[in-house]
Design a protein around this ligand. Structure first.
Ligand SMILES: [Zn+2]
Length: 156
């Protein structure tokens, strides 16, 4: 649960795909489990990653994206920083995407089981970089939170 404190970030391998110009790649529902750095209690949930393929037309292996989520959740963490660290790692990878969105939804045991003891609150955080930082994308993301039927997939 704390391997990110010891190990370097896993390499993000990318592949050339000549026809991928202007393409969006979306990987939804990656499970994460982490530890809240304030209370040292678990927080768990799902992460969606969207990126726009860059000018070098390189795509990132899907398992690499999942490894990245696993890595940055494997340390005392907060959900706001988790999405930022994943988005920045993807942006600086040799795939050089034009833009990235990392969206997380989580349930925090420190809210669920102690303090306010809210059993329903779900926490959403987004990191948006590059070309995907447009107003339209942000509106789409907000719409999907407000009107979407997204479930965390966690039955606590
Ligand atoms: Zn906490």
């Amino acid at each position: 649960m704390t391997k990110a404190l010891r190990d370097p970030q896993p390499e993000i391998k990318s592949f050339s795909l000549s026809e991928s110009q202007g393409q969006l790649v979306i990987l939804r529902n990656i499970s994460f489990s982490s530890i809240c750095e304030h209370h040292l209690l678990p927080f768990i949930g799902k992460i969606d990653i969207i990126y726009e393929v860059g000018d070098e037309k390189k795509i990132i292996g899907l398992s690499k994206l999942i490894r990245l989520v696993n890595y940055y959740s494997s340390k005392p963490q907060i959900q706001e920083r988790l999405v930022n660290e994943i988005a920045d790692a993807i942006m600086r990878s040799d795939a050089s995407p034009k833009g990235v969105v990392v969206a997380a939804r989580g349930i925090h045991i420190c809210v669920y089981a102690r303090g306010v003891k809210d059993r329903e609150a779900k926490f959403f955080t987004y990191a948006v970089r590059g070309t995907l930082e447009s107003r339209e994308i942000k509106e789409e993301v907000l719409k999907s939170v407000i009107h979407g039927k997204k479930k965390t997939g966690i039955n606590l």
